[in-house]
Design a protein around this ligand. Structure first.
Ligand code: PHE
Length: 461
């Protein structure tokens, strides 16, 4: 007898779980510095424009594929067209690769949260704290394993009791915390030591479009970086949204839910900037705005240390919030892999334990990449990296764009956009952007994705 497929209890459960996946380290740590680098408001403007068109198209396609086929990413594509089943293999490999290293970073966040909680936040502001920690022998491994175990427990408990229940608790808390720190950030004033800069100055720096000295090619670069960020941020092309879509009830409004996920994800990314940029602006100065990836683990602790007494509490809240964001994302990664095995008839318990075990082994290797297995490798996009960066490059820069291009071709030309539109409007829902959707999925999105992929190979320098 066939077992009934799990589903989210309603659209709120689905939206929170999907938003939990979408809101992750990318929103909090990457979005703000890309915005600062990309001319503030200019980046924001481009990003929102792309979210409403490009992002919407990709997200909508994946959720609809999931709901239409009622299959996880591994087998869904095959049900759309039997020659395109290989996309399912690709869609399962991607979260399989990302999960271990994402948990390593989750482990780092946990270490920082704990340091602030036990009152050692000041140490975290030290120059060699971050490098000292990640190159350590056992500590990073322990944190990584704990983070992975937490993820495993939630996925083990299943779609309703695990993923949905967890998202319904963590996402509202995350939202309240991020609003709280953002408001605080706007009220900072640095005093004389910091050139009398204020949080509000930093806020204007963040939102006012600034294209000074930018040529056409610089603006193109901003468009590319907004597109890459959006693509990563809404969690498409990693099998997750297809899988979550397969748990979305037939009677619920798919178009509305997709819009809500995007709105939630974009608001959190925007607020992360409101929270971080004014603080960096005041305490580190405008010349240090575009600090790159070191922002979260190196610059933020320094800022908290300079804030005095309030810094410790803010550090705790900040890193807890990042921890929640990372946890709901890693849960979605593991679910995408596990659900494929479940659809093949393996029990959820067994699938979760197997995937959890394999992920731990790979994650330990990733940790050792900063220790006994250390080496430097220059990637095709010019970045120098270790094992973590190689896995990140392979999944994000190569496999994900390939999967997304494949999905656009499958939907746009093989199954035809009507299949997705019909799925989304099957309860008589209105779909205002249907023509836009069709043009996007057939022509614009694949072209943009090809440009993104070429960029990964360093074609644009
Ligand atoms: N969308 C996430 C973010 O913006 C990225 C992500 C999600 C990565 C899920 C892995 C798994 O951070």
């Amino acid at each position: 007898m066939e077992k009934q497929r799990s589903s989210f209890s309603g659209s709120i459960g689905f939206v929170l779980a999907a938003a939990g996946s979408a809101v992750g380290l990318g929103n909090i740590w990457r979005f703000p510095y890309l915005a600062a680098e990309g001319g503030g408001g200019l980046f924001l403007f481009i990003y929102i424009g792309l979210a409403l068109t490009f992002g919407f198209t990709l997200l909508m396609s994946e959720v609809a594929i999931g709901r239409k086929t009622k299959q996880s990413c591994l087998t869904a594509y095959k049900h759309i067209n039997k020659n395109w089943g290989w996309l399912g293999g690709l869609a399962s490999v991607i979260p399989f690769i990302i999960l271990p290293y994402y948990c390593v970073i989750g482990g780092w966040v946990m270490k920082y949260a704990l340091s602030f909680i036990i009152g050692q936040g000041v140490d975290a502001a030290g120059d060699s704290f971050f490098t000292g920690f990640i190159t350590g022998n056992s500590e990073p491994i322990i944190y990584t394993v704990v983070f992975l175990l937490l993820t495993t427990v939630v996925v083990f408990r299943g779609v309703n009791k695990g993923i949905e229940a967890m998202s319904k608790i963590l996402m509202p808390i995350l939202f309240v915390l991020i609003i709280g720190i953002s408001v605080y950030s706007l009220t900072i004033s640095g005093g004389e030591d910091y050139g009398n800069r204020t949080g509000m100055d930093g806020f204007w720096y963040y939102v006012i479009p600034n294209a000074d000295g930018m040529g056409f090619s610089d603006v193109l670069k901003v468009i590319m970086s907004a597109m890459g960020q959006l693509f990563y941020s809404i969690s498409v092309a990693m099998g997750i949204m297809v899988t979550y879509g397969s748990y979305f009830k037939d009677k619920d409004n798919l178009i509305k839910s997709v819009n809500q996920i995007e709105i939630f994800d974009t608001i959190v990314a925007f607020l992360a900037g409101v929270m971080i940029i004014p603080a960096v602006y005041v305490f580190l100065g405008p010349e240090n705005m575009a600090k790159g990836p070191g922002l979260m683990f190196v610059a933020m602790p320094k800022i908290f240390a300079r804030m005095g007494a309030a810094g410790t509490s803010l550090g705790i809240i900040f890193f807890l919030m990042v921890l929640f964001a990372a946890l709901t994302s890693s849960i979605s990664l593991m679910e995408a892999v596990v659900s494929g095995m479940v659809d093949k008839g393996v029990t959820r318990k067994k699938s979760t334990l197997v995937e959890g075990g394999v992920a731990i082994v790979i994650a330990v290797v990733v940790c050792l990449g900063y220790n006994v297995l250390y080496f430097d490798l220059t990637l095709p996009n010019g970045q120098v990296g270790q094992i973590l960066d190689i896995l990140d490059y392979l999944s994000n820069n190569i496999l994900m764009p390939v999967l997304a291009i494949g999905t656009c071709i499958l939907v746009g030309w093989i199954a035809k956009p009507k299949a997705i539109i019909d799925e989304a409007t099957k309860n008589g829902e209105r779909f205002f952007r249907r023509h836009l959707y069709t043009v996007m999925v057939r022509f614009v999105a694949p072209v943009l994705l090809c440009i993104l992929l070429l960029g990964s190979f360093g074609v644009f320098g």
